[in-house]
Each structure stands twice: as structure tokens, then as C-alpha cells.
Write a protein that binds this ligand. Structure first.
Ligand code: BGP
Length: 477
């Protein structure tokens, strides 16, 4: 092990998203986003009948999140204490354009992010900004049907221009859309596509996908014009699949499963729709409406790097009904008999991370960035030597095993820019909107019923990660 190293300058850090931790949902001129009307358990997996409330309701933990909006100084100081080199967060679109279709931005919203960046600069932490992380302004969902409407490209362009101009000398790394492929599986949360009274058709979903892909290429173009040194990446929900048996049709099922996700990275990196997508569209009567210039835009504005989230792998089969299916990050698959699972039923597979890294790199040969990975678990606060803490050895073990595989992939020759573990401070979960599913190195005293002091406590993993960073991954134990 000793001679296997993380490269010099490897970007160690953590990841969060505005809607899951900022709170202050109606402060500073912020408008409502799709999350503000999605109460606990309300996320849609595409079928009609999602619970979306008319107005924000008390039981929605995201409204207050963990109150980063007021406690950002304290939180960033804790990240700095761990030695973060990079910090991934998102800008809430509805703080900058409260309804989404205005012509002028909300200055107060920008001022908030000015202050966040001031703090990061104070500690020399590199920001990594997601421009859209499940935070479509609600007005764009209600009035325009979200990304199914081509007009969103124009609104998104206006928003990213403002943000790029404002932060052109302060932020280098950008992600255009969080888990862009998730719009197929969580249309309202991911794409602002209403699913309360209707189920979007495949035609509608893939047209929305096209609009997001065009918007992503446009953001890459605009960003590079504003500052040629920007590094702009796509962000993919990754999920490697294994054949449940060696039956050739099961192996083929793996291809098909993975291609549904690869499609998004292929367009971002290769600048055009892959041949296999054309067949899929034909067989499913999907006709993507291209406008003049779309093809050129995709072709000429490919990304600088590929980033992805990784939590679980799945199995695939040509006859899936024969097998037990498991849960996963927004989408799932057949359970793998060789793997253990988390308390939320997500199967734990560190080697899958090495596989994903190698697959992406073999396919594209451009740098990769692991921008989400981690274990959601129920933590118990106990009294430690220096006050309340959590003895989260299970989290340390999970992260250690995954980082070992990252180190192996680097040894395989894969170029990895950095690693930001998900939810470096406890926050509200995306898929179930609860606080008891904790990922952090920092415990936040807030419960599922909304009670709690919001005090922050360092877990055992806080000190472990601090040492990992200090030794540039030499010491993972
Ligand atoms: C990804 C999202 C994150 C995040 C994470 C963990 O899908 O990009 O926002 O929350 O998964 O999922 P969950 O919060 O549902 O446990």
C-alpha cells in the first residue's frame, strides 16, 4: 500500500446543496423552489400523485435545513479545521432569480453568496459550485412545466451569466446540473416537472433532458467566454451494474441499464447523442425536437471534466421479475447477494467505485471528480471527553474502504481531481427529506420532528478525516 499515493494537490473536501441545508427559505428576497412545497416523503419517482403542497408547510425540514444561512461562518470554520481543500455547495437559483423568469437578479441573494465565498477565501478553501441542485424555482414548475419547456434554457442562461460574471475571479470549478440523469427518475425534484396530477410521458421527459443538455452546453460556452480558466463539469448519478448471471442476455441487460446513465455523460463529453440513444428513441416513439444551432452548441461546448455521485451498485437481468430488487440513490436494481446494505437498504460496494472510475476514464480520458459518496446512518450522540460526540466507526470504515478503491483507481492510471464526501455536515436527505439519515463529520442537533438546538458537534470521523487530509490520504486508518 505504501507506494500507492494520492497525487499532490488532490482536492479533499465535502459536499452539500443549498436546499438541503441553507434554510432561510423566505429570507433575503428568496423565492420558493420546488423543495419548499415538497414535504417529508413527498418526492416523486415519476409517477403522478406526488404530494406537493400549495404553500410551504411546517413539517418540511428543508425550510430551515440546518440553518447554514445564519451559521455559515461557524460551519466553514469547522470545514477549515478539518483541512478542506475544496468545498462543494450549490447556489439556490431562487435566491438569485426568485421566480426564475425575471430580467434582473435579486442583489440580496448574491450578497449572501459573496459572504460565503469571503469565508472560504479566508481559509483558502476552493469553492466547487453546482449551479442547479434540485432547486428549480417553483414558479418555473407551475407556470412553465419545468424543463419540458424550452423557455427554461433562456432563464437558466440569464441566471448562470449573472453568477459567472459576479464570481468570475472567485470560483474556478462549476457543475451545471446535479445528477442530470435523475430527471428521468425524479422529474419534479430534478427538473421542476409537475407530477402531482399527471405522469410525464417518455417523450416529455427526454425532451426535458434535451433542454437541460443544451442549457448545460450553453452554460459551458458562456462560462468559458467569461473566464477561459473556468473548469466546468457535468455531474452524473453513477450506478455500475453487474450481470446477475453469466447468461449473455443478462450481460446485455447491464449494457442497457448503464447506457441510460452514460447517455448524459456521452453528450457532455463527446458533444453528440450516441448511436444507441437513437435506437432507443426510435423504439419508444420519442422524437427529440432540435432547434437550429443545438447540434453545433453541443458539439462545440463539451465539458472540462466529469463529476459524479457514487453510493451503490446494482445487478441487472433480462428477466428481472425473477429477482428481488433493492433500493438505491433515486433508482435501484436487483439486489446483489454478495453485498451488505445500509440502514436505508442501499447496498455498499467500495469496489464499484474503482469500477466506475475506470469505466468513465476508459471511455472519456478526461479528469474525473468524485463529488458525492458517503454513508447515511442513524447516529447516536454520546458524552465524550470533550463534550457530546458520535462514535461513528461504521462511517469511518465505509469511507476508508471507498478511499482505498479510489487509490487503486489512481494506481490504475485514472486521473482524479478530488473527492468531496456527501453531507460533510448533517443535512436533510434528498430522497426521504429526513434528518435522521446522517452523512456528516459534524453532527447537527435537529430531529425529524423539527426539534433540536441546531448545535454542532464533532463526530469521531471529524478527526479521522482531518488526518486523512493532513496526510494526503497516506493514513486511511
Ligand atoms: C444524491 C443527491 C444529494 C444527496 C444524496 C444522498 O442523489 O445529489 O442531494 O442527498 O444523493 O441521498 P439522500 O439524501 O436521499 O440520502
Amino acid at each position: 500500500m505504501a507506494n500507492k499515493r494520492f497525487p499532490e494537490g488532490f482536492l479533499w473536501g465535502g459536499a452539500t446543496a443549498a436546499n438541503q441545508y441553507e434554510g432561510g427559505y423566505n429570507e433575503g428576497g428568496k423565492g420558493l423552489s420546488v423543495q419548499d412545497v415538497t414535504p417529508k416523503g413527498g418526492i416523486s419517482h415519476g409517477e403522478g400523485g406526488t404530494v406537493i403542497t400549495e404553500v410551504p408547510t411546517e413539517d418540511n425540514l428543508k425550510l430551515k435545513g440546518i440553518d447554514f444561512y445564519h451559521r455559515y461562518k461557524e460551519d466553514i470554520a469547522l470545514f477549515a479545521e478539518m483541512g478542506f481543500k475544496v468545498y462543494r455547495t450549490s447556489i439556490a437559483w431562487s435566491r438569485i432569480f426568485p421566480k426564475g423568469d425575471e430580467l434582473e437578479p435579486n442583489e440580496e441573494g448574491l450578497k449572501f453568496y459573496d459572504k460565503v465565498l469571503d469565508e472560504l477565501e479566508k481559509y483558502g478553501i476552493e469553492p466547487l459550485i453546482t449551479l442547479s441542485h434540485y432547486e428549480t424555482p417553483l414558479h418555473l414548475a407551475r407556470e412553465y412545466d419545468g424543463w419540458t419547456n424550452r423557455k427554461l434554457i433562456e432563464f437558466y442562461e440569464r441566471y448562470v451569466r449573472v453568477v459567472f460574471e459576479r464570481y468570475k475571479n472567485r470560483v474556478k470549478y462549476w457543475l451545471t446540473f446535479n445528477e442530470i440523469n435523475s430527471v428521468l427518475h425524479a422529474p419534479f425534484m430534478s427538473g421542476g416537472i409537475p407530477t402531482d396530477t399527471k405522469t410525464p410521458t417518455k417523450q416529455e421527459l427526454y425532451q426535458a433532458v434535451h433542454h437541460e443538455l443544451v442549457a448545460s452546453a450553453l452554460a459551458t460556452k458562456v462560462g468559458h467566454e467569461i473566464n477561459p480558466d473556468f473548469k466546468i463539469g457535468c455531474m452524473i448519478l453513477s450506478m455500475p451494474a453487474y450481470a446477475i448471471t453469466s447468461h449473455p442476455l443478462d450481460v446485455l441487460a447491464v449494457r442497457q441499464f448503464e447506457r441510460e446513465n452514460y447517455l448524459f455523460a456521452d453528450v457532455h463529453v463527446r458533444g453528440k447523442y450516441p448511436a444507441y440513444a437513437k435506437r432507443y428513441f426510435k423504439e419508444n416513439n420519442i422524437e427529440i425536437k432540435f432547434e437550429d444551432g443545438d447540434e453545433e452548441l453541443l458539439k462545440n461546448n463539451t465539458v472540462d471534466f466529469v463529476s459524479f455521485s457514487y453510493y451503490v451498485s446494482v445487478c441487472a437481468a433480462h428477466n428481472p421479475e425473477k429477482y428481488t430488487s433493492g433500493k438505491g440513490n433515486l433508482l435501484g436494481g436487483i439486489k446483489n447477494p454478495y453485498l451488505q446494505e445500509s440502514e436505508w437498504g442501499w447496498q455498499i460496494d467500495p469496489v464499484g467505485l474503482r469500477i466506475v472510475l475506470n469505466d468513465f476514464y476508459d471511455r472519456y480520458q478526461i479528469p474525473l471528480f468524485i463529488v458525492e459518496n458517503g454513508l447515511g446512518a442513524k447516529d447516536v450522540l454520546v458524552e465524550g471527553e470533550n463534550g457530546p460526540t458520535v462514535e461513528d466507526d461504521y462511517r469511518i470504515d465505509y469511507l476508508k474502504q471507498h478511499l482505498e478503491q479510489v487509490r487503486e483507481a489512481i494506481e490504475d492510471g485514472v486521473e482524479v481531481l478530488g473527492y468531496t464526501s456527501w453531507g460533510c455536515i448533517d443535512l436533510v436527505s434528498a430522497s426521504t427529506a429526513e434528518l435522521s439519515k446522517r452523512y456528516g463529520y459534524i453532527y447537527v442537533d435537529r430531529n425529524d420532528d423539527g426539534t433540536g438546538t441546531l448545535n454542532r458537534y464533532k463526530k469521531k470521523s471529524f478527526y479521522w478525516y482531518k488526518n486523512v487530509i493532513a496526510t494526503n490520504g497516506e493514513e486511511l486508518d
